[in-house]
Design a protein. Structure first.
Length: 404
């Protein structure tokens, strides 16, 4: 019996502290508030789908900064810094070159050009003319002050003086400098151009040639139906090419007309008889004749911005190149119906890239960037032909064009 007693004493000495610890734990737990409803277990949601955001990300809990006071800064001068106040026109210069020499933005030329009434044909500029920059009431003015006659060295220095002749110039109009390089658009006369569907559908076409050969070349006689009116005797021979669709409206603007050569009318009739005068490519049965386009383009116009807001796209480029650069010829989806005229300058913009945001699972489109300048030299009703004057990077078909 004594051993059992010892066992009970031993067990009680062990269980007592354990019971006291449990009591303390229960007391501590009872002091915390107990929710009536059990908290639902958290379920992880799937990651959001990637989206493209064109707008910038808003920063939460950000207070707008107070606007800084506008400084009293005078309007920026349109004149390039450090430009000499006189320039002697050289052979090969263009009006765009001279305008860019004086002006930060060459299309502002009409705003600073001053006609000298003492000069014959004051709107035309010839090699040897001296163009001077002067200031009137704080505003720049550019005009022809005469022609360089003979540089004469000063006796005491190495400097030279330039004798100016303010009298009327006896110059041929053909010697006047052009606004854009004539050599850059020479290929325009042979490149594909755009014709409206109605023009192609109603134009006479080649049914055969003398000897019934498959291909006609220079000097060949061709038979075309029908030509019953002798008011037009010179024709371009063209072939219907691809469609041109407005990328913004999906409207058919016309068809590519591939220029194959030219022909001259010999005899009216149905079919009529013509002779091939030039052949750039092989001429086939079914090719179409349209009245010949003038090979003389008036390039004596001022570079200037359109008087209305223009927003268009490049829809084609000469020779079908992938990368467009300086002096490439492009076609726009805007024409005379939108107010475009020869000499109008437009900015070329490129759409920004799409990049992944470093914060969040979505993508952002970067802003458009100014990428170049072009000048319209031949507007048609629905489309216009322009020359890339400046390209800050490689341009491409479907790039955007805007009024500067």
């Amino acid at each position: 019996m004594i051993p059992n007693k010892r066992l009970r004493i031993h067990l009680s000495s062990i269980l007592a502290p354990m019971l006291m610890g449990s009591l303390l734990i229960l007391t501590a737990c009872s002091s915390k508030p107990v929710n009536d409803k059990e908290k639902a277990p958290e379920v992880s949601s799937p990651p959001p789908e990637e989206v493209v955001r064109d707008e910038p990300i808003a920063i939460e809990n950000s207070e707008p900064m107070p606007a800084a006071p506008e400084p009293d800064v005078p309007a920026a001068s349109p004149i390039n810094e450090g430009v000499p106040d006189r320039y002697v026109v050289k052979s090969g210069d263009t009006l765009w070159d001279i305008s860019a020499h004086f002006l930060k933005d060459p299309w502002l030329w009409p705003e600073v050009w001053h006609v000298n009434p003492k000069i014959r044909n004051p709107h035309l500029i010839y090699p040897g003319d001296v163009i001077a920059l002067t200031w009137r009431d704080g505003k720049p003015s550019i005009s022809i002050v005469g022609a360089e006659v003979d540089p004469t060295p000063l006796p005491a220095t190495n400097l030279t003086t330039v004798k100016l002749s303010p009298s009327a110039r006896e110059e041929k109009l053909s010697r006047a400098i052009s606004t854009i390089p004539k050599s850059a658009i020479a290929a325009f006369l042979r490149r594909p151009y755009i014709l409206e569907p109605s023009v192609l559908d109603k134009s006479p076409y080649i049914v055969s040639n003398y000897g019934d050969n498959i291909i006609s070349g220079k000097g060949a006689r061709i038979y075309v139906r029908p030509i019953l009116d002798s008011s037009t005797i010179n024709f371009n021979i063209v072939r219907k090419g691809r469609k041109y669709i407005d990328p913004d409206t999906n409207q058919l603007l016309g068809y590519e007309a591939i220029n194959l050569g030219s022909a001259r009318l010999l005899k009216l009739g149905d079919p009529a008889t013509l002779v091939v005068k030039t052949a750039y490519k092989e001429i086939l049965k079914g090719d179409v004749l349209v009245p010949i386009q003038s090979e003389e383009l008036d390039l004596n116009f001022f570079p200037r911005a359109p008087d209305r807001e223009i927003a268009g796209r490049i829809i084609s480029v000469a020779e079908g190149v992938d990368r467009i650069g300086q002096y490439d010829i492009v076609v726009l989806n805007k024409g005379a119906s939108e107010g475009l005229q020869a000499g109008h300058v437009l900015e070329v913009h490129q759409q920004g890239d799409i990049v992944k945001s470093p914060r969040g699972n979505f993508k952002i489109r970067l802003p458009e960037e100014r990428a170049g300048l072009l000048m319209i030299f031949k507007p048609d009703e629905k489309v216009s032909y322009g020359l890339i004057m400046e390209a800050f990077t490689d341009l491409a078909v479907h790039d955007y064009v805007y009024t500067p």
